[in-house]
Design a protein around this ligand. Structure first.
Ligand code: ADP
Ligand code: ZN
Length: 215
């Protein structure tokens, strides 16, 4: 069983690593941000409520997120493990996850914590482009698509997320420092936290994660 949690600031490369782990191990990546954006696009009640928080770079209230994740983690594809990307983001969410795990008779196998200096985070976020159709992630200068503006994987037009501008990114990083960073200690105490320097580049981090997963 592989139950993996990815922790790290916005722009630390959680989405990129989640995609690699899914590819290599066939376990689903559950990204709260993606689920929320789908709800915003579909205009669901949750999406309508979440939208203003997301655009301001603030966290969506815990009760909404906990209800959403409870449903998601009960789905069939999560029976044999999952990669959590973007949840939990507060101590209350981490406690809710612990309750869920206790009820389902399991625990997290690994918590991978990705670190990077703030200026690196901001540069990554501001240059990030994403494919709205298949979820592929690009960067304007570091990892552009072969044809400008077009997804290599599926051919759709790539876009910039509304919250991926320098100003909102600053706030998202501040919110991360205040509300999510306490989780580092929370998981350190459980003895399952491993830290990787994401400034080394995604391939080196990926190799290190592979080593841990194979052990
Ligand atoms: P990033 O990690 O780059 O900030 P995400 O896609 O994970 O991007 O999140 C985008 C936005 O969605 C967050 O800024 C926040 O508003 C909301 N969000 C995502 N996950 C959570 C969560 N677990 N709790 C509260 N809000 C969340
Ligand atoms: Zn695509």
């Amino acid at each position: 069983m592989n139950r993996i949690l990815l922790l790290g600031a916005p722009g630390s490369g959680k989405g990129t690593q989640a995609a690699k782990i899914t590819q290599n191990y066939g376990i689903p990546a559950i990204a709260t941000g993606d689920i929320l954006r789908e709800n915003v696009a579909a205009g669901t009640p949750l999406g309508l409520e979440a939208k203003r928080y997301m655009e301001a770079g603030e966290l969506v209230p815990d009760d909404l997120i906990i209800a959403l994740m409870n449903d998601r983690m009960h789905e069939d594809d999560a029976k044999n493990g999952y990669i959590l990307d973007g949840f939990p983001r507060t101590i209350a969410q981490a406690e809710a996850l612990d309750e869920f795990l206790a009820k389902s008779g399991g625990e997290l196998d690994h918590v991978f914590y990705l670190t990077a200096p703030k200026d690196v985070l901001i540069a990554r976020i501001a240059g990030r482009r994403v494919c709205p159709q298949c979820g592929a992630i690009y960067h304007m200068t570091r990892f552009p698509p072969k044809t400008p503006g077009v997804c290599d994987v599926c051919g759709a037009a790539i876009i910039q997320r509304k919250d991926d501008n320098a100003e909102t990114a600053e706030n998202r990083i501040d919110v991360y420092e205040r509300q999510t960073k306490p989780l580092i200690e929370y998981y350190e105490k459980k003895g399952i936290l491993m830290t990787f320097d994401s400034a080394l580049g995604s391939e080196i981090v990926q190799a290190k994660i592979d080593e841990v997963m194979a052990a």
